[in-house]
Design a protein around this ligand. Sequence first.
Ligand SMILES: Nc1ncnc2c1ncn2[C@@H]1O[C@H](COP(=O)(O)OP(=O)(O)OP(=O)(O)O)[C@@H](O)[C@H]1O
Length: 281
Amino acid sequence: MIDLHLIKALHTAAGPRTLDVRLTLPPGEVLALSGPSGAGKTTLLRLLAGLSRPDGGFLQVEGQVWYSHERGQWLPPQRRPLGFVFQDYALFPNMTVRENLAFAAEGQPQARQIIDGLLELLELTELAPRRPAALSGGQQQRVALARALARRPRLLLLDEPLSALDLATRLRLQQALADIHREFKLTTVLISHDPAEIARLATRVVELDLGQVVRVGPPVPVAALGTTVGGRVVAVLPGGHLRVQLGGSATLVEVPAPTGPPYAPGDELALSLAVVPARRD
Ligand SMILES: Nc1ncnc2c1ncn2[C@@H]1O[C@H](COP(=O)(O)OP(=O)(O)OP(=O)(O)O)[C@@H](O)[C@H]1O
């Protein structure tokens, strides 16, 4: 069980705002964070990881206090048993695949068995002697996942881990993530903009906007997804996102830019869209 109330001042493009999020995650939950660019999703993940320090509130993970403003307690990031996977893999370039995992597993009893098991689970055994530069993006992301799991974390944080990958690789890795969850039942917080990915992986979706929780609800089932609509790019946003006007309507959505050549305002594109039903808390 993870219980949190995290408060952090944000300096946003719209002026000062406050991230203020209260959540309770039952063990094994896969919680998806969604919401527009600048909503505070990455900030919330960094607060959970201890990479950024909250201004107030508390964070309790399986009975252990990781942060308490009231009690002046703060567990530094290296002492938090969590795995963090970023969009850009963040592997050690001078280490082989096996060494990347060994670094993370250091100090664990039976580190060697843990590493061998993860290499096999993520189909990396053949690639173990290679360095990251000799791997494809999808392979690097599998190594990043294996490395996060090698720490035997109690919480897995995934910051758009698959968004830089092509669709086929993304689908394969979504399956790998689903398999990993079945095997380890790790409580997971996943940032994703992709309703289909959320539907495949998450048990609940929290939508943030300007630092606040605006909706909480179950994901739409995969079977209900897949409506494809045409759109026109009206703005290219920081962080590789596009603001898109849907099919001649006044509706604007923000989506990660599909891989390929850069988009510019006026470009047409096809989007696979879903409306996620949600309830207000
Ligand atoms: N350390 C910080 N201190 C104060 N404000 C910050 C800090 N880091 C980011 N911000 C601001 O907080 C807002 C939320 O940023 P954050 O990166 O969490 O958004 P996001 O929802 O992850 O967006 P995206 O989908 O574009 O990655 C942004 O306006 C950002 O400029």
